[in-house]
Design a protein around this ligand. Structure first.
Ligand SMILES: CC(C)(COP(=O)(O)OP(=O)(O)OC[C@H]1O[C@@H](n2cnc3c(N)ncnc32)[C@H](O)[C@@H]1OP(=O)(O)O)[C@@H](O)C(=O)NCCC(=O)NCCS
Length: 332
């Protein structure tokens, strides 16, 4: 291992998450959709997901996760001077969900914006925040990955609606203090095939109209097979590049927190990277794919289960619509 751990790094002072209380398991879903518990579990590993109520929006989930992260960091909202929310299901196109939670947190004036990198969004946000904190112009960042994916699900499309769930995860980052250190980043994208996973209508290309509603264009559309293949390839490449660029080998990695999309994708990634499956933390059976929220929810749960030992190395790795990908190295 050649990592210089004395080098100044961004520190994750606290992590927190929040999921809506409503649990929808596969059996309940199969009463509404033409599917079965057996099909969903064997193809994806998902057993249940959380679904927000009509009254709960992405900003509600984000706000609760942010409060939990601040509590776990032992910090107050007033300590924050930057808020970044990663989401593909903002409360509305504008203003940003970051602005909405800034108001609820009672921290006027601090810089706020959303980013859209789909399921890689939380890791992109870590990468961006690391740059902004390292510039010295910001001191303490609140990063949130939050999604109400049920709001863009086509409940008549069994090939997609069984895969996703709602939730939020948040982290508080600073250049000083105690916590896991973020020591390397690798974010990238390939925009050559945007329709592999997209929401065709509701933007400037196809604004909302009666026709777009009739065509169900406001719902998520996906080519599942192609996404599966691309996911394993791009996450594998991002992880390998990041590990090599930091003078490490796959054997140095103690824990992997992958994007929680599908247990079979995780298994294929484990084989490709030759990192044993036992080192991968998965909770997708409980929450399904929560997009930008999936890694922080998993990381929060793993942290609370005390699975990380001081000095161990962790790898976060994600892919999503775009295609986007991102990998982050962490020293616990
Ligand atoms: C979506 C996914 C689970 C489908 O698995 P698959 O093994 O490729 O399944 P297929 O699409 O080939 O479908 C196989 C059959 O199951 C059927 N099927 C699809 N969804 C079903 C469901 N929910 N319940 C029951 N049957 C279903 C199909 O109609 C098809 O039937 P047919 O053979 O009679 O035509 C898989 O492709 C996948 O996980 N892709 C990645 C998706 C992802 O992670 N997206 C998020 C990216 S961030």
């Amino acid at each position: 291992m050649t990592i210089d751990l004395q080098k100044p790094a961004t520190i994750m002072r606290g992590i927190g998450s929040y999921v809506p209380s409503q649990v929808v398991d596969n059996v309940a879903l199969s009463k509404k959709v033409d599917t079965s518990d057996e099909w969903i579990r064997s193809r994806t590993g998902i057993k249940q997901r959380r679904i927000a109520t009509e009254k709960e929006s992405t900003s509600d989930l984000a706000f609760n996760a942010a409060q939990n992260a601040l509590k776990n960091a032992g910090l107050k909202a007033n300590d924050i001077d930057l808020v970044i929310v990663a989401t593909i299901t903002p409360d509305m196109a504008f203003p940003s969900t970051a602005c909405l939670i800034q108001h609820r947190l009672g921290i006027p004036k601090v810089a706020c914006f959303d980013i859209e990198a789909a399921c890689s969004g939380f890791l992109y946000a870590l990468d961006i925040a690391d740059g902004m904190l390292s510039s010295g112009r910001f001191n303490c960042a609140l990063i949130v990955g939050a999604e109400k994916l049920s709001s863009i699900m086509d409940w008549e499309d069994r090939t997609t609606c069984v895969l996703f769930g709602d939730g939020a995860g948040a982290a508080v980052l600073a250049k000083t203090g105690k916590g896991p250190k973020l020591i390397g980043f690798k974010s990238g994208a390939d925009g050559s095939n945007p329709t592999l996973l997209h929401q065709p209508a509701g933007g400037s290309l196809e604004p909302a109209s009666l026709k777009s509603l009739e065509n169900r264009g406001h719902f998520l559309k996906m080519n599942g097979r192609e996404i599966f293949k691309s996911a394993v390839r791009v996450m594998g490449a991002a992880a390998r590049d990041l590990i090599a660029e930091n003078g490490l080998t796959e054997k140095d990695i103690d824990h992997v927190i992958p994007h929680q999309a599908n247990a079979r994708i995780v298994e294929s990634l484990s084989q490709r990277l030759e990192i044993p499956l036992e080192k991968f933390f998965c909770n997708l059976d409980k929450y399904g794919n929560t997009s930008a929220a999936s890694i922080p929810i998993a990381f929060d749960e793993a942290t609370r289960a005390s699975i990380f030992k001081k000095g161990q190395l962790g790898l976060f790795v994600a892919f999503g619509a775009g295609l986007t990908w991102s990998a982050v190295l962490v020293c616990f």
